[in-house]
Design a protein around this ligand. Structure first.
Ligand code: 13P
Length: 263
């Protein structure tokens, strides 16, 4: 049985003080619900500025809560003004680094070439990339989206070995479903995830696609989370807006633990 993942990126939200407050409550929840959450992977990606504060609260707390970053540079050090080094993130105690989010691709013009270099740098620094992929528009025929996903995923994974796939979390986030009023339809999510698994089996051999951690993101709410988590081939949810409210995030974690029992 694979763990179910429940994660959130706070994007550019929450000050250090707000982060501390949230993390203290999360730590308490995780510590008091150890049995329920034992087969879950729960991660939070605060802003860079708040990562250290989040780590200090959760470190040695035996809470199982993982802290990550929302991006990093592909180089460890050097003349890259304003960038954040993956080596420094590792040194700080970070476990996960998100890469290739739709907002980075669209607003900051990140290319698949840059994303692939970041994935390789994160793996090299022994952290887990959360690689976001997704088609920009909902097509009239899903095949158009699947073809786009194929090219994007294979480009983004072009610098890693098949043995590294087990350390990568793929987040399928259709861009049209991010920041929207509803998540993508369940059958659409299922078809896309099944396609990605078959693609990885074919390209990397063996059961790589079946074993791959693939989660869904895009307008997940406490109302939609349960059905998305219950999709047979989906390994979890990646939440934006809804998880800024800790009560909602905790609700979704509890849902995941219930789904996990019957999955
Ligand atoms: P929303 O849940 O706000 O749509 O954001 C999803 C997302 O971008 C997670 O990476």
């Amino acid at each position: 049985m694979k763990n179910l993942y429940v994660g959130t990126s706070w994007k550019m939200n929450k000050t250090v003080a707000e982060t501390r407050e949230y993390m203290k409550k999360m730590k308490e929840f995780m510590q008091n619900n150890g049995e329920a959450i034992k087969d879950l992977d729960v991660f939070i990606l605060p802003t860079f500025l708040a990562i250290d504060a989040a780590l200090q609260i959760t470190r040695n707390a035996n809470s199982g809560l993982k802290i990550g970053a929302q991006d990093c540079c592909w180089e460890d050090f050097g003349p890259f003004t304003g960038e954040v080094s993956p080596m420094h993130l590792k040194d700080l105690g970070v476990s996960y680094v998100e890469v290739g989010h739709a907002e980075r691709r669209e607003i900051f013009k990140e290319t698949d070439e840059m994303v692939s270099k970041k994935v390789a740098a994160i793996v090299k620094n022994k952290m887990k990339p959360i690689l976001c992929i997704g088609e920009e528009e909902k097509p009239s025929q899903i095949d158009i989206a699947l073809n786009f996903l194929k090219n994007q995923l294979l480009d983004d994974l072009s610098r890693i070995e098949s043995a590294d796939l087990k350390n990568i979390i793929i987040a399928y986030e259709p861009v049209w479903a991010i920041g929207a009023t509803a998540s993508a339809p369940l059958d659409y999510i299922k078809e896309a995830i099944d396609f990605l698994r078959a693609l990885l089996n074919k390209e990397f051999g063996g059961r790589h696609g079946d074993d791959q951690v693939i989660i869904y993101g895009g307008s997940v709410t406490p109302e939609s989370a349960k059905d998305i988590l219950a999709l047979p081939d989906n390994d979890g949810i990646f939440v934006g807006r809804s998880a800024l409210n800790i009560d909602y995030f905790i609700k979704m974690i509890i849902m995941a633990s219930e789904v996990q029992k019957v999955k």
